[in-house]
Structure formats: C-alpha cells, structure tokens
Design a protein around this ligand. Sequence first.
Ligand SMILES: [Cu+2]
Length: 171
Amino acid sequence: MKRRITSILASVALAAGALSACGDEKSGAEKLDLTAKTGERVAAGAKTGSFELAPAAPRSYAGLKGAATMTRGKSGTVVRVELSGLNPGTRLDSHVHEKPCAQAEGGAHYQFLKGGPEEPPNEIHVEGLVAGKAGTAVASADITEIAGPLALSVVVHDAVRGGKVACADLA
Ligand SMILES: [Cu+2]
C-alpha cells in the first residue's frame, strides 16, 4: 500500500512539473527573484486569496465576498482589495497582516520594521474602502517597497467599530 501511494505521489509531481513547463507559474516552484525591503528573497508575481468572514463579524457583513491580491514586482508592491455584498455606505479599513488567517485571524499588522510605527510606510494599509450603492468596494495600495515573506494575509476591519470583519490568505 505504501509503495502504491508513493507512485501516485510521483505521478502527481510529474503532472505538476508538466504544468509548470507550460508557463503556469502558480503550479510550479516559486522563482525567488526579488529582495524584500527586509532583506529576504521573495518571488515576483501575484498572490490572491478569498475573504472569509471572521467568527465575530457583525451580522451586517453576512453577505461579504471578495478577494485580496498582492503583486510584487521590481518597482514595489500593489495590494488590491475587492469586496461585494456590503451594505451601501459601509466603510472599511484594511491592512496586510503577518500571520495566516487560521492563526489569530491574521495576527498583528505586517511591519517592515517590527516594533516600528503602526502606520504607512512601515505598514501596508489599503485605504478608501467605501461600499457604493451596489454594495461593492474596491481599493488598492501601491507602494515602492517590496513586501517580505511575512506579509501573509489581508484583514478588513469595520472602520467604525474596529473589529476584524474578514481575512484573506495571500497564498
Ligand atoms: Cu488590520
């Protein structure tokens, strides 16, 4: 049985290899070709995750859906947040956080200099998320620094009450 599992894994690995040979970056090994402001090597390209509601999110957010995308390139980092299913007029704050959503709902804010100022440019904040009549809100942060590997999630907060509403893993 063990041998059989090994051969299945081997064929999965072969299939993944074939996909990356076709130029699908997501299925292949990450190419580390950028140096983050914090000194680590990171992969260029986009990472996207869907927002999942936080357990303590107010009921008014029950219809929230959306995604966060972080794109690293030579000229910096862009973080885009797209939300729908909001009550019109809802204002949200959003930041990049330093833990996966499964750990303390993303933990604390990602900081370039840990323990430094709790605001940009030491943190990545996505400002201006306000739901229009259709219940959608879109905003992005475009910064010249390259985010390090601990920029792992994006959390949206209720701008009035402050609590965590939803989290998206940048996987
Ligand atoms: Cu936050």
